[in-house]
Every structure is written in C-alpha cells, then in structure tokens.
Design a binder for this molecule. Structure first.
Ligand SMILES: *[C@@H]1O[C@H](CO)[C@@H](O)[C@H](O)[C@H]1NC(C)=O
Ligand SMILES: *[C@@H]1O[C@H](CO)[C@@H](O)[C@H](O)[C@H]1NC(C)=O
Ligand SMILES: *[C@@H]1O[C@H](CO)[C@@H](O)[C@H](O)[C@H]1NC(C)=O
Length: 976
C-alpha cells in the first residue's frame, strides 16, 4: 500500500480511495439517465476554462490537502498543484501528446493520460476512446448528465452560502467503487467573484470500493471549491513542467536540433548566486579546429596579469593557445590548458582534443524534451538532461532552442536566417549544490566565422616574423569576387595552409583581395610558426623514466629540447624530459599527461604534447615562403571557385612578391596635401608611368613632385600594399577614366596652392593667352604653371564661360587702374612663399647675395624666384625692418651654411620650382625652371585684346561659331 501511495502521489482522489474509513455508508444504486423532475433547476452551464482553489478534506483518513487547478480549454492545457503535509505535488496535463507529468520534490514521472486516475477529476478516461482532451467544467467536475443527477433542493448552506444541491449515484469500474456524489452550486442571484450566475461550491463523495475480490473499503471526502474564476492564468509557465527538472520518457515533439560545425555567438554568463554577469564572444570552427573566446578575466592571474579584456585563440591543429590583451595588444603564446572549457581529454586521458559542436554545450542523447517555454520572451523548445560531467554532483542542463515556427534574422554572413538556434542554456546544481548558471546566447550564427577577422594572431608576431606578400592572378574574372570574395580568400588560405605538409590556417592572415580589368590580386601576411615549446604542457619536477626514444646531450633549455622533439623525423615525439643542469634532453614517443605515471625529479621537467593524432611538422617562416613562391612560379598555385551555377572558375597565380608594405599610414601629411588633392578609393585605369613599392603616402607624394623623367600629375596610393603608382596624366583631363577602387586613393596634383585668389576681380595684363573649355580653376592654374612662352604670374578664371586668361604680370606689378571688379571672374596671383620651407627665428649667417628693403615676405619670395643673376636657394626675411636678403645658400651645402638663432628673422628655404617640381640647387650657374612637360594644347590667340572685351565676345558667340575654335585638353605625350 505504501508503495502504491508513493507511486501515485499526484492522484489525490485515487489516493484517498485507498484509505478505508469507518463511517457507515448505505449503498445507493446507480441512476443512469434519470430524467429531471419538471420544475427542477437546469444544470448550471459553465465556461470551459477556469481556475479554482480546492480544499479537500479526507474524512476517513484524517487529513486535508489544498490544491489549485488551472484548466485552459482554449489552449488545451491544464495543471494541478497540491499541497499535503508540507509537500507539494504538481501535475501537468499534456493533452496534445496524451501524457501527464507529475513532479514531486524535483522528481518528474511521466504517465499516460489515457486511463490515468487523474483524468477522473479532469474528465476523459479511456472509455471515450481516441486522444482525450480537456473536458468542460461540467465534465471535469463529473457533472455528467449521462450519469443522471437528481436535484435535491436549494435550501442547503455551504460555507454559509445558499446552494443548489444535486446528487448522483455512481459506479466506477476502474476500482469497482459504488458511491454517491453530491454537488453544490451557488444559487443564481448570489453574486460571486467570477461574475457568472452560478459557481461550484462543493463536491462530496461517499462510498465503498473493492480492493480485491471480496475485500472492500469505505471512503468519504469533501472538496470545497473556493475562489472559482473563469479566467485561468495566461502565463504558459503555469502549464509547463518547471525549469530545471527533466521528465525521463517524455515524448519528443521535436528532435533536439543538431549544431553545425561552425558557429559564432555572443553570451552572457549569469551567475545569480554570485550576482554577476560575464560577457563573452565565441567563434568556433570545428572543421578548421579553431576557437576564439573573448572575455574579461575574473581574477588577476597569468597570462593576463590584469583585468583587461582579452582574446584567446585555441589552435587545435597544434595545441597552441594565443592569449592577447585587447587593450595593451600584447600576446602570450602558450599551450592550450587542460582545464579549458572547449577541450576534452581522449578516453585514456593522455591528450586533449577540441570539443565537438554539440559537446561544447554538453548536448547528447541524454536530453529529454521538456516542452515549450519562453526565454527572453522568445518561444523555445526546451531539452533537459541530468548529468554529472560538469562539476561534482548531479547537474540539470536545460537547453532552449528557438521554436521551429520562429525565425531569427541575423546580421552576419550570407545566410539570412539560422535555423536551430540555441537561445539559452541553464545549469542547475541538483541537491545540495544548488548553484545556477545561465548562459544567455545571442547573435547565434551557424556560418563559417570570418577567419580573417575572427582568428587574427598577428599581434603575437613581430615584423621579422612576418612576410607580407601579394600574389597576382591574371584573370578577367575579378568582378566575380564581388560576390565570392570570402570564398576565394578562404580557398586561398586553405591552399597555402595545405602546402608543404600543412601550416596552420592561422598563419595566413590579413588577407585582402582586389582586382582590376586584367588581374586579381591577393595580399596577405604569412606568419612564423608558433614556438614549439607552446605545443607541450609542462609537468614541473617530473620525469618519465625508461621512455627514451632518443637522448640528446648538451641541450640546456626546454625551448631547444621542444624544438628537437617537434622536428625529429624518425619517430613522432610526443613528450620529452629536460634536465637543464645535466644538459640532457630525452625524447619519447609516449604521452604522459597523467601526472601519476611520472616520477618526481629534482632537476628535470617533463613536457607532453597537448594534442594527439597526426602531428603536422610545421615549417618555419622562410621555408614556408620558399614553398609558396615555388608553387606560384611553377604555376601550381590554383584557386578553384565553385560558382552557384555549377561552373568552376580557376584562378592561377602567376606572380608573387614580398615587395609590399602592409598597413602604411593612409593619411597624407599637410605638406603633401598642399600639392595634391586626394580622392579616397578612386583610381584611374591605365595611369601607371612608374610604380614604386613599399612607400608611404607622403613618400609617394614627394616622389611624384621630384620626378624628372616625366611630369608627374597624379598618383594612386594603394594603402594595402604601399604601392605608389605615378602618372603623367592629370585626372582632371580625363574625369571619365576615374573609377572606384577598393584599395587605392587617387591624388591629383593641385596647382591652386601656388596662387592667391582675389574673388570677383580681374587684372588687365598685356597677355593674349586665353583658353576655353576649362573646367576648373585648378586646370587654369596648371596651364599657368606649365606655360613657357612667358613667365605666367597670374590668371583670371571665369567659371561662367569656362575660360582661363593667363597673365604676364603679378598683381604686385600692375597699376591700380588695371584691377577691375567683375563678379563673374576671379583673379589668382602666384604665391611664391609656398615654394619655400619656413624656419622661424633663424637666419643664415653671412651669405647674402642681395638685400632689398621695404618689401613683404611674399614679395621677397617672388624676388628670390625671379632672381636671374644667381640661383636663389633661400632668403632671410627680417620682419622688424622688412628686410629681404636673398642667398644662394642651400641646405644641401653641407658644412658651408650656418643657421643661427634670430629674434626677428625667418629663414625661407627654397623647396620647389614654380611648376611644383622639387627644387634642387643647380650645380652650374643659371636658372632652370625645372622639367617642363611639353604642352599638347592648341592655343587660341586672339591678339592683344583687353580681357573685358573678350568676355563680351565669348559670351556672344558661346555655343555657336566659337565651337570650331574649341580647345580641349588631350592626353599629353610623355616627354622630357
Ligand atoms: C501509453 O500508452 C501507449 C499506448 O496508448 C503505450 O504504447 C505506452 O507504452 C504507454 N506509456 C506508458 C508510460 O504507460
Ligand atoms: C456496487 O453495486 C453493484 C450493483 O449496482 C453491486 O453489484 C456491487 O457489488 C457493488 N459493489 C460494492 C463494492 O458495493
Ligand atoms: C601584457 O603585458 C603585461 C605587462 O607586461 C603582462 O603582465 C601581461 O601578462 C601581458 N599579457 C599577455 C596576454 O601577454
């Protein structure tokens, strides 16, 4: 009897039936289909859903229990919570799947709904056949008309309330029981909390049942229904088995989702006991055997030694961990620890391996479906397992997966929607351990993590341990890479990694791909191998005796011994002992991770390989470089792209160079920007007179200014490789050739800096040189600078008629009457001081070739430039007496020039010719205006007309007869 009681704690009616009572009972006869007498009140009709409190008084056994019952007909669910003698028993009815879960003291048992005694109170039962469902309240309360009820009057008081009373005489075949059932309902007209005309108040059962043939027992119990309401709670958790409890044998509505082999997620690790949240990011790639974990240390301990956020990358190809401080950006290369959460021992506990996609979350067959619950307001399918492999003692694991009818639009990668998304994992220590850890999982994306950004260990290597390279693939298929860029890079990395017996894919980093019409370029950085010592876990003061496959003398430190172990060819060395004092290094084929097998030693240390399986003999940086270049040169470096349409595109590397500069400063200095105007991510097709490599953007600008073979009018600076591509063509002439570039910036020679603008003004000068169809003041400035029929000192530019007038005279040199207002045009006069570098509070001692007084610094600069009797290389300008001292002293005159401090003077050192090329002091005497490109322009010579008059003429004929005289820029031929 005790046994039965134990097994069925949930079934209080049934339980009470098992207990005999002394009270006398007169059997009644079952009265099926009795017809109500005329005038009897009709049965109350009740809503299908309700909640009520129940007090059950089991008179024959001297106890009471209380209960709450929820019936939600709309959602086809119900639950019952009971308290008896301080113990709670809960019953959950899963009508969809015909099962009942009863939970007593954190233990859940599953039974069939059909035929279960609990259905007696909730209705149903096997007799009806088919899948049972929640019965109406009338059914639930066994107010079943088919059993026949007799109205017994309304005078009765229940708890002081006036009640209608019905009686039924029943036979219950399951336990062969005969009993009377008395029902009491509140009389209509008596208001109640539910707001319905009549609510049940009480049921009373009195009867006898058969234990075994011939042995009967009597019973008597009273159920009081209190606080009957027609609105069951909405909260789904009321109807679901509680979190942290698994119900073995529960039917699976959905097989537990399987995780893919690659994923990324972000998590919050919540420790309610510790009142703490820890955040972490995880990138996981089982195929590539890589894992990255970003977090913040909980305490100060090696390798971090501070509380800065860190990135830790585990490479299970080699057993090496890269620990990086995200703020200081330093790195420690070390073995993967044996206690790390992402690793597991092999069965004989000798070496580590990476946990599989599922086992990272401890997912396996032991999980039972636990129904649907909400996590963060999201509907989830929950799977539960009780297991002992997480900590000492039993723990309940609950994994929440996004319900199948939900979708998650992630913001990562190609796939818009990741199915089977884990939402939450909770781990609860069962029994006395009582702790809870909640892993809230966010942004779960089951795609290949971007190896480039996710697994970047380049901070762990210095510049000598890296080779930057660029591989050229002659191919016109570059545009395909707009779509297949990541795939191409991944393929190329895998290809490089597979060369020469295998490099870890981590060693190919910072890869980029770009292309032009004829080539695809891959730029990347090759890293050195990890130090061999980082592949072995140290057991200090231990040795593995009698395990010597090879003994090496004269080895003094563990690094060299590890190097030996890692590179030995004749066998696979999996552990070694190093006895530094004796200078003995002993290599062994065995793993000896289990410290118990090792002997103590005063002067030796034992090291054992972190990972098992195939051991890749990683080659060092220079060897890897040789192998890679060899493959490219031989034409065997081929990347195959499998396209969506089923076709293949093979890209064959033709050329490889390490002549690149990675991550140079992309931002040009102010000085460079004085001479060039920059356009980010632009390039010009076919503008490549000269290519320099491994230079900075400022060096490129200087090279362009100093170029003497051709006049460098523009350059492209490729900030991924440090390539500097110079051209004699000015992009303003061919704006149509400018295209977007994903790796280069375009710098166009700017001539405007050489002029000072006076807006709304023209200056009459005796020049007849006029250009039409000039699109910008910069173009006009360039014409002025490059003009060599006379020394162009200024120009007027009228944007409304796209016309450019070159001037022979500087604004300093014309009479005031020649300066006119003209709102449509602007005047520009040459700055000379900009061609000089200024050193304040200095003067050049005793080298004055000519001294002029009463001029401005700008005028002084002009005089220096125009000086013909000697090559003026610098001047002093002393502000207190407006004195200008021209000098042929150049800074290159090493040893002959003394610069000394001065309170009022400044030294201007000549740096550029008027055409912008770099000033070099001529060795012979005589003035050179620098390299002038031949002007490929036709010129419109209209004779000595006043500029004002020309405006009128052009305005009048614009678009008509003057068209025949239209001048346009054309590509200058390269000339010297
Ligand atoms: C429940 O009933 C089904 C048949 O209806 C039977 O196959 C199953 O074994 C039963 N389960 C339990 C726990 O009694
Ligand atoms: C119940 O009543 C039936 C007749 O209606 C009778 O045959 C049976 O013996 C009774 N059982 C008990 C336990 O009194
Ligand atoms: C970074 O440098 C600090 C200070 O030298 C050191 O304590 C710490 O261990 C280093 N961190 C890593 C991850 O190497």
């Amino acid at each position: 009897m005790d046994d039965i009681f134990y097994r069925l704690p949930k079934a209080f009616i049934f339980v009470t039936l098992l207990v005999s009572a002394e009270a006398a009972w007169t059997p009644c006869s079952s009265t099926p289909n009795v017809s109500p007498k005329p005038g009897d009140p009709a049965l109350p009709s009740l809503p299908p859903s309700f909640q009520t409190r129940i007090e059950a008084n089991i008179l024959d056994a001297n106890y009471s229990l209380s209960a709450v019952e929820y019936v939600d007909d709309e959602n086809n669910r119900a639950a019952l919570r009971m308290w008896r003698n301080g113990i709670e028993s809960d019953v959950y009815f899963d009508y969809d799947n015909n099962q009942i879960f009863s939970v007593v003291e954190n233990t859940c048992t599953v039974s069939n709904l059909t035929g279960d005694a609990n259905t007696v109170i909730f209705g149903g039962g096997g007799a009806a056949g088919g899948i049972p469902h929640v019965y109406s309240t009338a059914g639930v309360l066994h107010f079943a008309k088919e059993l026949g009820e007799t109205y017994m009057g309304s005078a009765t008081l229940v708890r002081g309330l006036k009640a209608n009373h019905w009686q039924t005489c029943m036979y219950w075949p399951v336990v062969r029981a005969n009993f009377t059932l008395d029902y009491y309902f509140s009389v209509p007209g008596w208001n109640n909390s539910a707001g319905t005309p009549s609510v049940p108040l009480r049921a009373e059962v009195t009867g006898v049942y058969t234990i075994v043939n011939g042995v009967t027992q009597q019973f008597h119990h009273i159920y009081d229904y209190i606080d009957f309401r027609t609105t069951p709670p909405d909260d789904p958790s009321v109807y679901e088995t509680p979190a942290g409890i698994s119900c073995p044998g529960r039917k699976k509505v959905r097989d537990m989702p399987k995780l893919k082999s690659k994923y990324y997620y972000r998590e919050e690790i919540i420790s309610p006991g510790g009142q703490q949240i820890q955040q972490a990011d995880v990138w996981y790639d089982f195929d590539w055997q890589l894992l990255r974990y970003d977090s913040r240390p909980l305490d100060i301990s090696p390798p971090y030694n501070n509380l800065n956020p860190y990135t830790e990358i585990h490479d299970y190809n080699t057993g090496v961990a890269y620990a990086m401080d995200k703020l200081i950006k330093n790195c420690t290369i070390m073995p993967i620890e044996n206690g790390t959460w992402d690793s597991a021992y092999n069965s004989s506990r000798q070496f580590l391996h990476m946990r599989s996609p599922a086992s990272l979350f401890f997912l396996d067959d032991s999980y039972a479906y636990s129904g649907q619950r909400k996590a963060r307001g999201i509907d989830c399918d929950v799977y539960t397992s009780t297991r002992s492999d997480f900590s000492d003692g039993l723990n309940v694991f609950e994994m929440y997966f996004l319900r199948e009818d939900w979708s998650a639009m992630d913001n990562i990668g190609f796939d818009t929607d990741t199915p089977d998304i884990p939402i939450r994992l909770t781990i609860t220590g069962a029994g006395d351990f009582g702790f809870t850890v909640i892993y809230e999982l966010y942004d779960f994306d089951q795609e290949t993590p971007d190896i480039q950004t996710a697994f970047d260990i380049s901070n762990c290597y210095n510049d000598l341990e890296k080779i930057d390279f660029r591989i050229t693939f002659p191919s016109k298929a570059g545009n395909l890479l707009a779509e297949y860029r990541t795939i191409f890079i991944d393929q190329a990395i895998l290809l490089i990694a597979s060369l020469s017996g295998g490099l870890s894919p981590l060693r190919i980093t910072h890869t980029e791909v770009h292309w032009d019409d004829n080539n695809v370029y891959m730029v990347g950085t090759l890293l050195d191998k990890a130090p061999p010592i980082a592949k072995y876990i140290k057991s200090p003061s231990k040795v593995a005796p009698f395990k010597n496959a090879q003994t090496l003398q004269g080895v003094t430190d563990p690094y060299s011994c590890a190097e030996q172990c890692d590179s030995v060819d004749t066998f696979t060395c999996n552990s070694f002992d190093i006895c530094a004092g004796k200078q003995v290094c002993t290599l062994s084929k065995d793993y000896n991770s289990d410290g118990a097998k090792l002997s103590d030693s005063l002067e030796c240390d034992h090291y054992t390989r972190v990972v098992g399986g195939r051991v890749d003999k990683e080659i060092a940086l220079n060897d890897a470089w040789i192998v890679l270049t060899d493959q490219v040169v031989k034409g065997t470096f081929q990347v195959t792209l499998n396209l969506d349409d089923g076709s293949k595109q093979v890209l064959k590397g033709s050329d490889i160079t390490s002549d690149v500069l990675r991550n140079p400063n992309r931002v040009a200095s102010k000085t460079a920007l004085q001479h060039f105007s920059g356009q980010a991510n632009k390039q010009v097709n076919g503008f490549d007179d000269l290519i320099l490599t491994q230079v900075s953007v400022d060096d490129c600008a200087n090279e362009c200014l100093g170029e003497i073979i051709f006049t460098c009018q523009s350059f492209e600076y490729c900030y991924d490789t440090g390539y500097c591509i110079m051209s004699h063509t000015h992009p303003d002439e061919r704006p149509d050739l400018i295209i977007a570039s994903d790796h280069c910036d375009l710098y166009t020679r700017s001539y405007m800096a050489k002029f000072t603008e006076t807006p709304g003004t023209t200056v009459l000068s005796s020049s007849d040189t006029i250009y039409q169809n000039i699109n910008s003041d910069n173009q006009c400035a360039r014409l002025c600078v490059d003009y060599n029929e006379f020394d162009c000192k200024s120009f007027d530019y009228c944007p409304n008629i796209n016309t450019c007038f070159l001037g022979k005279k500087h604004v300093f040199d014309v009479p005031k009457s020649n300066i006119k207002e003209d709102p449509q045009c602007n005047h520009y006069s040459r700055n000379y001081a900009d061609d000089f570098k200024l050193k304040a509070h200095k003067e050049i001692a005793l080298r004055d070739n000519r001294v002029i007084e009463g001029v401005s610094a700008e005028q002084c600069a002009k005089m220096c430039v125009e000086e013909e009797s000697f090559s003026c290389a610098s001047f002093d300008y002393c502000g207190n007496m407006t004195e200008c001292r021209l000098s042929d002293a150049a800074m290159s005159d090493v040893g002959q020039v003394t610069i000394q401090a001065s309170t009022f003077c400044e030294v201007y050192i000549r740096s550029y010719y008027p055409d912008g090329s770099v000033y070099t002091k001529p060795t012979a005497s005589g003035y050179s205006s620098g390299a002038m490109g031949g002007l490929g322009f036709a010129m419109l010579v209209l004779g000595a007309l006043l500029a004002v008059g020309i405006y009128v003429a052009i305005g009048k004929y614009q678009g008509k007869s003057l068209d025949s005289m239209t001048i346009s820029f054309k590509n200058m031929e390269n000339s010297d």
